[in-house]
Design a protein around this ligand. Structure first.
Ligand SMILES: [Ca+2]
Length: 171
């Protein structure tokens, strides 16, 4: 469970040799990112660091994950950004930074939706899982958000377990 596998890009062919299908155990994977809020500048910075143990989405392959970050308010999407696509991996490393302009009077009204998506060259890219942060979140998500607000200007990194992208679909 806690084993972190780093598969070099040249070993990518492994996924074509693996014909076994693992038992569907509803595990979607985990994602690590940092949040930093600077109230005086009204800037929220999200650094998508890495993900691990992502669900296999491609038949005879792995997944080609990228991460979508959406800033929401009242169920409306204000802004969205996304990372690069990492091909054929379940343990992608990104270290990509995104900044949103969120004035201090707005920060307690917004949600940040972080979705890991499997890129498909043909057809529609499919979401693997997501986490929703913000004032009305709960558990780890709420704690991360509160830690960010309690430590202005400081990046706070945290691992999150991905949830079913179909649950509480607001967009
Ligand atoms: Ca794919």
């Amino acid at each position: 469970m806690a084993v972190f596998l780093v598969v070099p890009a040249h070993l990518c062919m492994i996924c074509f040799q693996n014909h076994h299908f693992t038992v569907h155990d509803n595990k979607l994977g985990d994602i690590c990112f940092s949040l930093r809020y600077v109230p005086t500048a009204g800037k929220l910075t999200v650094v998508i660091l890495e993900a691990k143990n992502l669900k296999k989405m491609d038949v005879g392959g792995l997944s080609d994950p990228y991460v979508k970050i959406a800033l929401m308010q009242n169920g409306k999407r204000l802004k969205k950004k996304k990372t690069s696509i990492k091909k054929c991996t379940l343990n992608p490393y990104y270290n990509e930074s995104f900044t949103f302009e969120v004035p201090f009077e707005q920060i307690q009204k917004v949600n940040l939706v972080v979705t890991v998506v499997d890129y498909d060259r043909i057809g529609t890219s499919e979401p693997i899982g997501k986490v929703v942060l913000g004032y009305n979140a709960s558990g780890t998500e709420l704690r991360h958000w509160s830690d960010m607000l309690a430590s202005p200007r400081r990046p706070i990194a945290q691992w999150h377990t991905l949830k079913d992208p179909e649950d509480e679909k607001k967009d």
